[in-house]
Design a protein. Sequence first.
Lengths: 496, 615
Amino acid sequence: MATLPKKESRAPNTCLGLDTNYGDGLEREHSRKPDHKRPEHYGVGDPTTPFSSDGSHLSSRGRISKWFWDLAEEGYRTYHMDEYDEDKNPNGIINLGTSENKLCFDLLSSRLSQSDMLQVKPSLLQYPDWRGHLFLREEVARFLSFYCRSPAPLKPENVVVLNGCASLFSALATVLCEVGEAFLIPAPYYGAITQHVYLYGNVQLVCVYLDSEVTGLDTRPFQLTVEKLEVALQGANAEGVKVKGLILINPQNPLGDIYSPGELREYLEFAKRHELHVVVDEVYMLSVFEESLGYHSVLSLERLPDPQRTHVMWATSKDFGMSGLRFGTLYTENRDVATAVASLCRYHGLSGLVQHQVAQLLQDRDWINQVYLPENHARLKAAHAYVSGELRALGIPFLSRGAGFFIWVDLRKYLPKATFEEERLLWRRFLDKKVLLSFGKAFECKEPGWFRLVFSDKAHRLRLGMQRIRKVLTGTLRVAEDPPSSRTQEPRGQHI
Amino acid sequence: MSRNRDPRSGQPRKAKTKSQNVSHQSDTLHSPHPRVMEVILHLRQIINEFILQLESRHEQEDLEQEEQQHRQNIRNQEAILIHLMCEVVNLLHSGASSSLELQLPRLSLVSKGGAGSGQQAQSSREPDQLSHQLSDSKTAFISCYLSNRGIDFSALYQSNLQDFIAYKGDKYHEDKNTLGFINFGLSENKHCIDLLTERLSQSDMNYIDDDLLQYPDWKGHAFLREEVARFLTYYCKAPDLLDPGNVVVLNSSLSVFLTLTMVLCDPGDAFLIPTPLYSGFTLTSHLYSKVELIHIHLQSKMDTQTFQLIMDKLEKALLEAKFKGEKVRGLVLCNPNNSLGNIDTLDSLKEYLEFAKRHNLHVIIDETYMLSEFRASIPFHSVLNMKSLPDPNRTHVIWGTSKSFGISGFCFGTLYTHNKEVVSAVGAFGFLHGIAGLTQHKLCRLLQDGEWIDNVYLPTNRSRMQVAHRYITNKLKTMKVRFLSRGSGLYIWVNLKEYLDPCTFEEEQLFYRRFLDNKLLLAPGKAYMCKEPGWFRLTFTDKPFRLKVAMQRFSEALTHKKQNWIEKQLENALVESVSSPSTRRSSSSSSSSSSPSSSLSFSSSSFVNVDTSHF
């Protein structure tokens, strides 16, 4: 039986607490050591402190998971108790924090109501193949071959189907890493991954901190370079943390940025040099609404540097705007990894009927190409244009290049002090004014004052949301001069 | 091939071993047999491809003659490859591994059930292995890409599922594939799939709204949790309305069990559990949650009822565990019991709960089989039926639709617990075990439709189960096979001890293979950690035509076994007649001492139903 490290060292590496120490990336690197120093740096972050074991029925890992939950979901729960509704609750909270595409429910509902979706077959009601029904894996392979523009047709046997990418992160972390080992991840990143790889896998994330300031050879803010990857990897090694892989999110969440094929290749070569697995999360792959960006899936590369260590994930939650469908998929040429992930699929299965529906959906190229994608992109573009216009009118710098559902907003000048407490206070003020945003700390951004604003919502809600944001910001004294690097980057950025 | 190897040492970096002590050796030792290793890895890859090819081809329902031929070819090739590979690995094992210290598990252990593999399996098995069922069944799985636990899981997965995969690829069909496998090992109710298909096709099932397509409450949509609470209140006959706030909905009963063990135990903590037990518990506690299951072995011959859990045993097991320094966090119960089909009486349930309370133990009680009792004389009592639970904050109930409604492909399980802390901690895992909103709606409609459940589904299901059960038990009686079945669950617990000579788990495994050769999948007792060799779980909830063929095959396997036994006896007699008197004496004494059942005689007197009172 594998024994886990001591309680202190099992504390999640990434903490969502309020300690100002987090501001300094170096310090955080330092505090990653699983030793006695941790409590000083992670005073608030020690997951076991808020839940003393007295009277608790939970195990310590049970308390950690609950702590994670309580903290991450605070805003979300507040929102759920007071959701905005045009008629019933016009003073309710508008959610511009959760990354969901609410623009195409009409299209999806009508497609999902068509008769081919409603078929019920006995085989769909019985024990499935844990990798996913073959008909679905075949369809996923065809779908990804087409939309990722793979040089050769992708194979169904390289596909594993589960109930979402969260499960996939969890399973991959477990089968690729031992307890306490780590993945590199460029930060800011979609913060929930911390939980995904930790809860079952006890795997840590080593952040590769990116700067808003454009320095050296960088051509754009928060640019990932191999040099930065090397530094982070060496740092982790020096700390005694064994790094097993690299996680890339492309299109990136929360930056709304994409990696060029050249950049991708460099990162993959870096990983190959160090025998690192690369998990590429391409969950926003069809949500690139600025075609000029020229998105490239990693599966489109002519020859992967290390195909046996390259694992791609995709899902319907973003690109088809159905986070409630719980469908995610892995594509990997590594049969060992596919089998190992499949061995855990029993706990991450999805209903046969849903598998049928997803297969029908992915199959319907006409509808996707002629109805869904053009309409979805047009609506995303319009919503994006509105929100970015509003931000510009307010004189707020932001980043967004035309992919994803969000804009990465720079509100640093509204923080009286550049601390994460202030960031959280500002977030609170937004919530008090009934608009929910996500603060940068949740993405492990090392600079306080960045917020992620989701724009893929209906026009009336966006309007109201932007009004409320404006109210908060105009009521907040600008305390700082515009930082030098905080220039606005237009969606059609020149740095492609 | 080089990509399968560690470039530094030229050896595979990780090989799963039973002793788990090889993690660094490949770095320090230079391989004396790089070529052999290369061949092995190459072979394994090819085999994997073959299996995959086989698997995907076979899943198509319509079988053409041509395809069948193709399939046969693939399988023949596969058999050759496996044979080759076994040879190489065993060669390594005998010669090279001592210097390599790379103790590869013997491949013959897991080679497919083709004729002949059984003998190999026997010779390479180790004697006392009851408590090591998990490691014992591992496939040789080598990978330089996976973590040790990844290798471990894969090996388990492959060995556990290989027969299931073989079955999937070669299913019996009354017209198209009369020589295909029939699966009596899988606990699945196929009786009422027509009713369910029809009900789920009705228009009320196909409702869509925006909420269903968005991120759900990870504990389950409120409408479904309310419905589950109502449903359980009614069918568990709860004295008061159950509270939807105590419900968490996940994507299977097993996921509920997993998350419960996660939030109640830290790695290494233990749960008491009576055996025979549901094999899913063993797997789950091993894979993700790393919880120890302390087995309380129940026996077929006891003062009261066969395989009855009694208080003495519980107390003793707890004491022993504590003495050994185990941190026992609770007790796992399964009622109706999976594998035995037993139902606990309300009184004994109370006793167990009181026992747990006395020792501050949590009780996880799996009532997944709750609506599957088919003989009214034996009433099922849910713990939720109790006026007051002895320790409500430590009692956690699991239920799901996979058995009660025979829809295992639906992926739905639920937790009911009064402990709010547990509710929210389990809910925190919800995003890893979520169900589609559309599925939640369908489930809600299904559970809501009391009229259909009470007037259509349950009566039909019950009567079909009764018919099938009667058919199988009559057959078993004619064959003079002893069995246990108490009117609940989807299976009969069959005693084939008499056919094992000697009565060991090796023989049980061989017998299992024997059935497999006859294209019949059964579940051997060892998979349920039964302490006595010779028990098999036989699922009877299948269509009549398949039941008929299956019982023919079953009977053939028994006859064959009987024949073998007679031949063996004759051979022995022959040997004895030519050997010296001293040899004769020792051989006869060893055969009688090795197993009480080796004195088996196929006279009718030795075949009595264990539990005749219920027939």
